[in-house]
Structures are given as structure tokens and as C-alpha cells.
Ligand binder design. Structure first.
Ligand SMILES: [Mg+2]
Length: 348
């Protein structure tokens, strides 16, 4: 097995720095009330996601703050995954900006060369730094990509794996939280090699059955290496941010644009397209609070007229015009049925 874990670096911040040259090379954060994503320049100062934005700007006045642009990140994600799919159809998304790729038998025996090509392509065509880890299992590939950051490539070959695996700290493994680690710690288990000689029955006395199995598979080197393809998308969303406003025509125009984009995306997913039966409209106010309204269509449809009528009705129900706060984001979600929509019954 040859797996790549490809992960865009400081994704939101990198998209902002790509789109605005004034942000490049500077400490900046994508943030509302709290920091969603600091640039690497900001991380170097000690800033991390989840910090209160006000505290950050008070302590580091040189840090630039930009708002969250969901639509720009969605578009960058789409372009990134388009690049991933050129190297293999076996792509398992971990989030909008990272994925496992199974390139077994596709890498011509040169996984490092393939990973480097992927990084170059993402940089040239999408304009983003993507770190890549190469390994035999998901754990190894992901540990490698973490080591590769920022903007690097790390290959864990079999020799490296044989050396590294026994020394992995148990609290560095995904899904091992502080509670679990404390229990392992109390049992004298700190690194993977401490698990040698343990069996499931004994380890179950320390942690849950699922955790015991997972840890023992990691110790045996038989941990997960299966790239799972995502199921059909359960919904399609389109959002756009706008300068804070209560003007009805401005908000409605942004909603119309979102409807158009969402319909286009649904149409591109399946042939024939699955038809939404419900619509969700969300508005976000300038204090970060979001309000969601849901409604049902009289029949499942992608008809623009029907979707527009219901969406505007839902927008009215948010009461944004009388709320007093400014609207800074409008979004639309179309939940989709799992199965393709049956063709209309023939008329007798
Ligand atoms: Mg990332």
C-alpha cells in the first residue's frame, strides 16, 4: 500500500494571502469573534485558532484580521480535490482541505516523485501550499504530513516506519484524548512499544474495547490503510458574504446568486439530478449570530422559480429587515435524497 495524506497549510489564511497580495508574508488571521485560522507568520507569534480576536489585536496590533469567506474556501477546495483526483480516483476527504489518496500501483515505484508533482500542481494551479505525507497506513501518512508542515513533503518508507512506529507516543495518536491517555499512563503505557506483550483481554481492563483493538493494531502494524470513497453528497450549499447591510434588494440579490450556484452544483452531481424537497436559508449577522429557516417545496424540484419563491419566503421569515443588525452572509442549502429521483410516471 502507498498512501498519501495531502493537507493544505493554514487553508483559510493561505486562500486570503493568495487573493490579496497585501496579506502575503504578514501575520494575519481569518476570524470573527475568535480566530478561525492564523497564517504561519501569525502562528510564529504564538497565535492559534480559537483565541479571542479582540485579545489577539490588543496584544499584537500588527496582526491583520480578515473575515471568513466561505465561498472562496469552497471554490479552493473544489479546485484542490480536482487536482487530487488526477493522481488517483481513490480519494477519501478528511475535511474540505485534506484527503487520503491511495496511489498503490500508480506511483511507478516513486511515491516521493508523485507527491512532489502533486504539490507543484496544487501550487501552480490552485495557488496554495499543500503538505504531503507518504506512508503505508493512514496513521503513517498523516503523521508524515504533520511533520512535513509547512509546505513540505515527508516520506515514511518501510525502514523509517520500523524505526518510528515503536517510539510513537500514545497521546500523539488520533482519538486518544486526555482521559484515555491518563488511564494508559497509569498502566505504564506511554509509547507503542510498551504495548508489546499485551493482548486485547488485558488491555480492555484499561481502555474501551474499540480503543484496545485500535491500539493493538497500531502496535502490530495492521492499522487502517483503506481509503474509503465518500458516499453520495447529502446536501449542496452555496453561501456568500457581503458588507453588513439591511437593504432588502442587496440581500435578495445575494440569495438569488446562491440559488443559481446551488442549482448548478446539484445538476453537476448526478445524471439525472437528485431533486431537493426542502430548502434551508441562513443569514449571518455582523455579530456572528446565524439564523436559519427551513421550508418544504410542494414537490421535489430544481425549478428556479419554485426555489426562488420558497427561498425568498424563508428569507422574509428571518426578519432581517427589522432585526437592527447588519447581514454579513447569506446562504442556501438544498438537502438531497440518497437515491436518485425516480423519473416521472408515464401518463396513461
Ligand atoms: Mg490543513
Amino acid at each position: 500500500m502507498v498512501l498519501l495524506h495531502a493537507d493544505a497549510d493554514a487553508f483559510f489564511a493561505s486562500v486570503e494571502q493568495r487573493d490579496d497580495p497585501r496579506l502575503r508574508g504578514r501575520p494575519m488571521v481569518v476570524a470573527h469573534e475568535v480566530v478561525a485560522c492564523p497564517s504561519y507568520e501569525a502562528r510564529a507569534l504564538g497565535i492559534h485558532a480559537g483565541m479571542a480576536t479582540r485579545m489577539v489585536t490588543r496584544r499584537w496590533p500588527e496582526v491583520l484580521v480578515v473575515g471568513y469567506r466561505g465561498e472562496a474556501y469552497e471554490e479552493a477546495s473544489r479546485a484542490l480535490f480536482e487536482v487530487f483526483h488526477r493522481y488517483t480516483p481513490l480519494v477519501e476527504p478528511g475535511s474540505i482541505e485534506e484527503a487520503f489518496l491511495d496511489v498503490t500501483d500508480r506511483d511507478r515505484g516513486d511515491p516521493a516523485g508523485m507527491a512532489a508533482a502533486l504539490r507543484r500542481t496544487a501550487r501552480a494551479e490552485v495557488g496554495l501550499p499543500v503538505s504531503v505525507g507518504v506512508g503505508r497506513t493512514k496513521l503513517m501518512a498523516k503523521l508524515a504530513s504533520r511533520r512535513a508542515k509547512p509546505d513540505g513533503l515527508v516520506v515514511v518508507d518501510p525502514d523509517t516506519e520500523a524505526r518510528v512506529r515503536p517510539r510513537l507516543h500514545l497521546d500523539d495518536l488520533w482519538g486518544v484524548g486526555p482521559t484515555t491517555y491518563e488511564k494508559l499512563h497509569a498502566a505504564g503505557l506511554f509509547v507503542v512499544s510498551d504495548l508489546y506483550g499485551w493482548d486485547e483481554e488485558r488491555l480492555k481492563g484499561v481502555v474501551s474495547t474499540a480503543m484496545a483493538r485500535r491500539l493493538l493494531s497500531i502496535a502490530a502494524g495492521t492499522d487502517d490503510a483503506t481509503v474509503r470513497l465518500p458516499g453520495p453528497r447529502r446536501s449542496v450549499s452555496a453561501t456568500r458574504s457581503l458588507p453588513a447591510t439591511r437593504t432588502r434588494s442587496k440581500v435578495a440579490a445575494v440569495l438569488d446568486e446562491c440559488i443559481g450556484r446551488a442549482v448548478q452544483r446539484v445538476t453537476g452531481l448526478d445524471d439525472p439530478p437528485r431533486l431537493p424537497a426542502r430548502v434551508e436559508v441562513v443569514v449571518r449577522y455582523d455579530d456572528g449570530v446565524q439564523v436559519l429557516q427551513r421550508g418544504a417545496l410542494s414537490v421535489p424540484t430544481l425549478d428556479l422559480g419554485a426555489l426562488t419563491a420558497l427561498s425568498h419566503d424563508l428569507l422574509d421569515r428571518t426578519g432581517f429587515e427589522w432585526d437592527g443588525r447588519g447581514v454579513t452572509m447569506v446562504g442556501l442549502t438544498l438537502p438531497l435524497p440518497v437515491a436518485p429521483t425516480a423519473p416521472p410516471a408515464p401518463t396513461p
